[in-house]
Every structure is written in structure tokens, then in C-alpha cells.
Design a protein around this ligand. Structure first.
Ligand code: AMP
Ligand code: ZN
Length: 506
């Protein structure tokens, strides 16, 4: 028994990469032991693709790491159900209006359907639900009030809407690495704007066009700009400045610089008296890199994207995708492939098998709830270095690829009681979120939706085959195997991982 009095969870200082400075620095929340985090949420005009979901596996890893370090976390994720245009500049249609027209459904039905689908993806990936989901259309009056306050010093009106003048705040675009008017000019066909990087904070409904979502405002009927939504919802729920704002790396270029510009404008007119220069609304801005496939960045607008639903339908357990994400650092690109996710599933199976074997030896021990005080008081001395390495890895800007192999090491380490290993694995899993102690081997079997045979039927056939073999009726045994093969079942005699059968992927 190790009776060391220090808290092993406090061993390594938490260091995080801040996109504002493009560097890693020690992180401490503004309020003692309480971190406030805002994550840009999905635009609910379609199913989230696996790339979108990588963004939320990242924020969940961040949140679990903050919890691991002993902080309380208030985490807000918004639902964008209005305002996100088909182009990142102020051009094109509202994505929600376009989806509604294409499907002849009401925009509210579309939003409700894809919001539920997104929440089900979040649950399947064992992502902790946020403290609150903020829905953009619930905050329109606050958005109008915010816009009214900053408009006199920072905005101008065109026929198409109310625009933010990006030259009215210091350091516009610093988060993106500086103002890039040439890039904005390339993608921005809106005429009348004073500067290419100016953006709409309120878009007026086109004359003679009835939109499904529109509100009265001092600038006429219309809808809020997407950037305004996140400034307003983060301020309303977390106060500003809060600790960490997250999103995918695409948001570092336009959406987040525009949020920062609005936050600065608000600070200048109506803030707490602090300087607007250097005020960004959040102390840390963190961005995950892209999930890519052979065709490049996965995106909804390209179509043909892979959803978590399509993985599940193919028979793969969704936590294999979570493990695939954790196997790469969040700031690296990750290439998605069927082989990659299949390899992650195999790794997950091996982990679960190792843990099953530990459970069999640890029967009756209360390993299910590894409290930190229990860990401190009871951790076997041989496990302490693993705990420290794990803490050091996730404290080093969420270095999950370095943390994961410690699971395998903990399972394999010799001469340590099984219950103590399980305690340590449960503690690791609190940060990794792989549900390792509750997943079973059966959960991880490939179970394609369109399989022609159920696991019970397969087991029954295999039982008959066993009897045939025991009776040396090899012809019947071969017939049963062939009939299983014909229905997409591989019979795996002598499989080293102990599986008797598997369904083949279509
Ligand atoms: P959206 O629903 O398009 O607003 O995106 C939701 C989140 O997914 C945002 O944080 C995006 O930055 C992020 N995202 C979009 N595409 C990818 C991708 N291919 N890989 C990783 N994150 C992405
Ligand atoms: Zn946002």
C-alpha cells in the first residue's frame, strides 16, 4: 500500500495550447476551481458528420481533464438553428432555410429532428451532456439588444442588413494571425461593405420574400448573424471574460475573430470598465484540427459524409470512433478510414477482454467507484508511476495518444492485485470516457443493421455444429459452417482473441 499524503491528481500543472498566442501555457480558471467553457455547437440543418463529432470528443476530453484536475466545469454548447449561411462570408442562403425548402418541411421540424439526432450521437460517444444547451432562436431579443448597444460606434446599415465595421476594434483578426483583407475579398461578394472583413450582425429579409424564421428589429424584419449568436449566448450564460472557448480550426479564421470583435465592441461601450484592447471575451481559444478523408476535409456541404449513424449501421460500436479520435492529438489532422476505425475497434475489444479478465479475478471488490481518496490511500506502489504518467500526459495539452497505452500497461503489469488495477483503469477512464468498465465483449461484436441472421441464431447453429463435431459428423458440421458463411458469418475456429464468429462487413 502506498500511503503517500500528496494528491497524485495535482502532480502535473495543466498546460493548454491557446490559439490567441499560438503557444502552450499553464491554465488556471478565473474563478477558483471552477472553469467556464463555451463550445460552438452544430448547425442543425443536417446530420453531424464524423468531423463535427471530433470537435465534441475534443471538448469532452477537455472537460473531463478539467474535472480530473479537480475543477467544477460549467460547459455550454449552443445549437445553431438560425443564421449560419451557406458561405462563411455573408453570402448565400441561411443553411436552415435552404434545408427546409429542399425537404418541404418546416424549419422548426428540421431543427428539432437534427438536434435530437445530434444529442443521440453525443450520448453514443459517451460525451458528457453540457451543463446547458443554448438554442440560438431562444436568444433573439438578447441579440437585438446587444446589437443595439454596439451599433452606434461599430456598425453601419446597408439594404441587406446591419454590418460590423471591423476597423472599429483594435487588432481585428489577431486570432487568425492578423487581418487578411485579400482572403476576405476573394470570398465576399456583398456589395457596399466598407471593408472586406466587415460582417453582418443582422440580415434583413429580402423584400417580397417571406422567410420561415424572421423577427422584427430596429433594422427591419430579419435574422441575426451567426457570429452575433455565440457572443450573446456565451455572455448570457457564462459572463465575460470566461475561461475557454472552443471550436474546430475553421472557426479560428472568421467566426471566432468576428465574435472577438463583437465582444471587444461590447466591452468598450458597456463592459466592466476594463480596456477593450486585448479583451477577447474568453481567456483561452482552443481549436481542434480536422478529420479528413481521402477527399480532404470532411464537410456537410460536400455531401457523401460519414455519420456516426452510418458507422453504427455497419455494425461498429460508436466508442471505437471515440478511441480513434483519442489516438490522435486534437491539434493534429486525423485521417478517417474504415481500416482505422476497425483497428480502433480491435484495440477496444482487447482492452475490454483484459478488463473482463481482471473483473473475474476481482470479484466482490468495490472497484466500480474509484474515489480519489481511495486511490490515494490504496494504490499499489507499482501503479503510482502509471498514474503519474497518465496525469502528465493529459495535463500536457490533452496528450491522449500518450495516455492511452497506459491502459494496456495497467492491464499487463505483473504482481498487482486485479482490484487495484481496476481502480486505476476506472480513474483513467473518467478522463478518457471509453466506458471501459461497463462495455462487454458482446457489445463490441460487429452487428450490421442489415445482417441476415441474429446472434441468437448464430449461437444456436454453432451449438448444433459443436454437437455434430463431437459425434464426428463432419459433413453436417461443414454444412452448418457453409450455411453461416452464406449469411455473412465467419466461423472463427481457434481465434486467438477467443471469438467464435464474426459478421463480415458489407
Ligand atoms: P457546424 O455544424 O458546421 O457549425 O460545425 C460544428 C463543429 O464541427 C465546429 O466546431 C466545426 O469547426 C467543426 N468541424 C467541422 N468540420 C470538421 C472536420 N472535418 N473535422 C473536425 N471538426 C470539424
Ligand atoms: Zn460559435
Amino acid at each position: 500500500m502506498n500511503t503517500a499524503s500528496r494528491d497524485p491528481h495535482a502532480a502535473a500543472p495543466l498546460r493548454l495550447f491557446n490559439s490567441l498566442t499560438r503557444s502552450i501555457a499553464p491554465f488556471a480558471p478565473i474563478e477558483d476551481d471552477h472553469a467556464r467553457v463555451y463550445s460552438c455547437g452544430p448547425t442543425v440543418y443536417n446530420y453531424a458528420h464524423l468531423g463535427n463529432l471530433r470537435a465534441y470528443v475534443f471538448t469532452d476530453t477537455l472537460r473531463r481533464t478539467l474535472l480530473w484536475k479537480g475543477m467544477d466545469v460549467t460547459h455550454i454548447i449552443n445549437i445553431t438553428d438560425v443564421g449560419h449561411l451557406t458561405s462563411d462570408a455573408d453570402a448565400g442562403d441561411d443553411k436552415m432555410e435552404a434545408a427546409a425548402r429542399a425537404s418541404a418541411k418546416s424549419i422548426w421540424d428540421i431543427a428539432a429532428h437534427y438536434t435530437e439526432a445530434f444529442k443521440s450521437n453525443i450520448a453514443d460517444l459517451n460525451i458528457l451532456p453540457p451543463s446547458e444547451w443554448t438554442v440560438a432562436t431562444d436568444y433573439v431579443p438578447q441579440m437585438i439588444a446587444f446589437a443595439q448597444k454596439i451599433a452606434p460606434d461599430h456598425c453601419y446599415e446597408l439594404d441587406s442588413g446591419l454590418y460590423f465595421d471591423s476597423t472599429t476594434v483594435p487588432d481585428y483578426g489577431a486570432l487568425a494571425g492578423g487581418r487578411d483583407d485579400a482572403a476576405h475579398a476573394r470570398i465576399d461578394p456583398v456589395s457596399g461593405k466598407r471593408n472586406p472583413s466587415d460582417f453582418a450582425i443582422w440580415r434583413k429579409s429580402p423584400a417580397n420574400e417571406q422567410r420561415q424564421m424572421e423577427w422584427d428589429s430596429p433594422w427591419g424584419k430579419g435574422a441575426p448573424g451567426w457570429h452575433l449568436e455565440c457572443s450573446v449566448m456565451s455572455q448570457a450564460r457564462l459572463g465575460q471574460p470566461f475561461d475557454i472557448h472552443t471550436g474546430g480550426i475553421d472557426h479560428r479564421e472568421i467566426h471566432h475573430p468576428n465574435e472577438i470583435a463583437q465582444n471587444q465592441a461590447f466591452q468598450a461601450c458597456c463592459g466592466d470598465g476594463g480596456a477593450a484592447a486585448g479583451f477577447t471575451g474568453a481567456r483561452w481559444w482552443m481549436h481542434n484540427n480536422f478529420l479528413v478523408d481521402r477527399g480532404g476535409k470532411m464537410s456537410k456541404s460536400k455531401g457523401g459524409f460519414t455519420t456516426l449513424f452510418s458507422l453504427i449501421d455497419a455494425g461498429l460500436h460508436p466508442l471505437a470512433y471515440r478511441l480513434l479520435c483519442l489516438g490522435a492529438h486534437y491539434r493534429s489532422e486525423l485521417e478517417f478510414s474504415a481500416e482505422g476505425v476497425a483497428a480502433a475497434l480491435t484495440r477496444l475489444k482487447r482492452l475490454v477482454m483484459g478488463i473482463d479478465a481482471l473483473k473475474a479475478r476481482a470479484e466482490g471488490v468495490t472497484w466500480q467507484s474509484p474515489r480519489l481518496d481511495y486511490l490515494r490511500a490504496n494504490l499499489h506502489p507499482k501503479l503510482v508511476p502509471l498514474l503519474e504518467q497518465f496525469d502528465a500526459a493529459i495535463s500536457d495539452d490533452l496528450m491522449t495518444p500518450r495516455a492511452l497505452p497506459l491502459l494496456e500497461e495497467a492491464i499487463a503489469i505483473k504482481k498487482v492485485p486485479a482490484d487495484e488495477k481496476l481502480c486505476l483503469i476506472a480513474a483513467f477512464d473518467a478522463a478518457l470516457g471509453l466506458n471501459l468498465l461497463t462495455l462487454s465483449r458482446a457489445d463490441l461484436r460487429l452487428t450490421p443493421k442489415d445482417a441476415q441472421v441474429t446472434p441468437d441464431e448464430i449461437e444456436a447453429d454453432l451449438e448444433r455444429r459443436k454437437t455434430a463435431r463431437a459425434e464426428k459428423d463432419f459433413s453436417l458440421s461443414d454444412d452448418i459452417r457453409d450455411s453461416l458463411n452464406a449469411r455473412g458469418v465467419d466461423v472463427m475456429d481457434g481465434d486467438p482473441l477467443g471469438w467464435d464468429w464474426r459478421l463480415t462487413l458489407a
